[in-house]
Design a binder for this molecule. Structure first.
Ligand code: NAD
Length: 479
């Protein structure tokens, strides 16, 4: 590692602090070391939580519009710095520059959007059964939030947790993924220039087993807001059980895409292919399996194979024109490769891709299409999180909906049809947190992003996402 590469410091109580132990951060397109970041111990975590606790009451006592003003100032700082921030994200996460810039701009927009809620946090006045009694329902902050982040949209997810938390009067300690902490420290550097009171926003980096576990097991945390895998979500529930800590869990997905005989095939191919290559297929709500109706199956598969096979990929900084970057790390690459091999051994057919390709270095996997897939195969049931599209042919909409709903996951789903009655039937019968009709992701910030089954508990965005960071306080006043 060259001496010019940064050594980042935790951000605790408004101060950047040197750490005694560090982790290295790598560029997944090249393998080179980018930085060193703190491997925070339980004592670091407790200091950050104490700072957040110390700041919370005074923060909550301010009018919400004042709290929101800080979010707007951070948004403005972010907008002044888009290319640099996008480059830092691409370097450590591997997404192409255009997507990284979209992520940065969306983050600023999200901070502004949540700031707009400051004047709309509403309680209720409820009719009483008794004479002369008033019943008031107040919405109050929970206190201290622990925000634990994955690596796939690392910059945006800071805002998705801190903006609703702060505008409703909570304080927060963020733990970025050990794969992508650099952008979080850059966020903290920008935030440090807007005069936010010390302790309101804190960052501690480190591994899940050490830093993450110290956060989720602490009595000082009033809410754990976690985005990541089902396996980690389950461990966090266990860790939070002793303190009965409130949980908001945004977990994995295995999004089904249904293509009916009456679909606009141009649209379906373009949308599903886009959804499978964006961020190299490492998105929780991207099409992970396709059910195509027999009448259009051959044409759909042929067109999809051509489109996926033509996708350019490589190092997004060295080759700015590529459509797709690498996977996040060796473990991700091994998992995708092994799942494709298992599918082939179980009888799937490879139509395009299926290997590492010829890139000289980095964790690249070829855009891949598999046909002849069956519902009992691992590739149709477990999250791949890579640019691999397994396709199963179905006879009719009944079969497609039954197979789509037959999943441990329940985050997002999509359906392609020109028939309004089929679209409305999908609304009624698809058991998912979100359904996209004639398009793929992404969700809107004013919607509500939430999964059913193992995809999570609670949700994010919009009014419902905002209120996840509050508790109700009902007061009975006889007067
Ligand atoms: P992950 O579960 O491996 O890690 C997520 C975070 O949890 C990291 O910061 C990690 O350090 C931490 N962690 C790990 N073990 C921990 C422990 N024992 N205690 C506390 N924290 C711990 O997930 P990942 O690989 O970073 O992200 C990919 C996953 O995230 C995919 O499954 C994807 O579907 C999911 N995801 C979901 C959404 C959504 O909105 N539902 C959004 C993005 C990603």
């Amino acid at each position: 590692m060259s001496s010019q590469q940064p050594v980042y410091q935790n951000y605790i109580n408004g101060t950047f602090e040197a750490a005694s132990e560090h982790l290295e951060v790598f560029n997944p397109a090249t393998g080179e070391t980018l930085s060193r970041v703190p491997e925070s111990r339980a004592e670091d975590v407790e200091r950050a939580l104490a700072a957040a606790r110390g700041a919370q009451k005074a923060w909550a006592a301010r009018p919400a519009v004042e709290r929101a003003a800080y979010l707007r100032r951070i948004a403005a700082k972010i907008r002044e710095d888009v290319p640099r921030l996008a480059r830092i994200i691409t370097q450590e996460q591997g997404k192409v520059t255009a997507l990284a810039e979209t992520e940065v701009n969306f983050t600023a927009d999200y901070l502004d959007y949540m700031a707009e809620w400051a004047r709309r946090i509403e309680g209720e006045i409820i009719e009483s059964d008794r004479p002369n009694e008033n019943i008031f329902l107040f919405r109050k902050p929970l206190g201290v939030v622990a925000g634990i982040l994955p690596w796939n949209f690392p910059f945006f997810l800071i805002a998705r947790k801190m903006a609703p938390a702060l505008v409703t009067g909570n304080t927060i300690v963020i733990k970025p993924s050990e794969e992508t902490p650099n952008n979080c420290f850059e966020f903290a550097r920008l935030l440090d220039t807007v005069g936010l009171p010390a302790g309101v926003f804190n960052v501690v980096s480190g591994s899940g087993a050490t830093t993450g576990n110290a956060l989720t097991a602490s009595r000082e945390v009033d809410m754990i807001s976690f985005t990541g895998s089902v396996a980690t979500g389950s461990r966090i529930m266990t860790s939070a059980a002793d303190n009965i800590t409130k949980l908001n869990l945004e977990l994995g997905g295995k999004a089904p895409a249904i293509v009916l005989d009456d679909a606009d095939l141009d649209l379906a191919v373009q949308a599903i292919r886009g959804s499978r290559i964006i961020n190299s297929g490492q998105v929780c709500n991207c099409a992970e399996r396709v059910y195509v109706q027999r009448g259009v199956a051959d044409e759909f598969i042929e067109r999809m194979a051509r489109a996926m096979g033509a996708t350019t990929y490589g190092d997004p900084l060295a080759q700015p024109d590529v459509e797709m970057g690498p996977l996040i790390n060796q473990a991700g690459l091994d998992k995708v490769g092994a799942m494709v091999q298992t599918a082939l051994a179980d009888g799937a057919e490879l139509v395009t891709g299926g290997g590492l390709g010829d890139r000289p270095r980095g964790y690249h996997y070829q855009p891949t299409v598999l046909t002849g897939c069956r519902q009992d195969m691992q590739i149709m049931r477990q999250e791949v999180f890579g640019p691999v599209l397994p396709i199963q042919v179905v006879e009719d909409m009944d079969e497609a909906i039954a197979l789509a709903n037959d999943s441990d996951y329940g985050l997002t789903s999509s359906i392609y049809t020109r028939n309004l009655a089929s679209a409305m039937r999908a609304c009624r019968e698809i058991d998912y947190g979100e359904t996209y009709i004639n398009r793929e992701n992404f969700e809107a910030m004013q919607g509500f992003h939430a999964g059913v089954r193992k995809s999570g508990i609670g949700g994010a965005d919009g009014k419902h996402g905002l209120y996840e960071y509050t508790h109700s306080h009902v007061v009975y006043l006889e007067a």
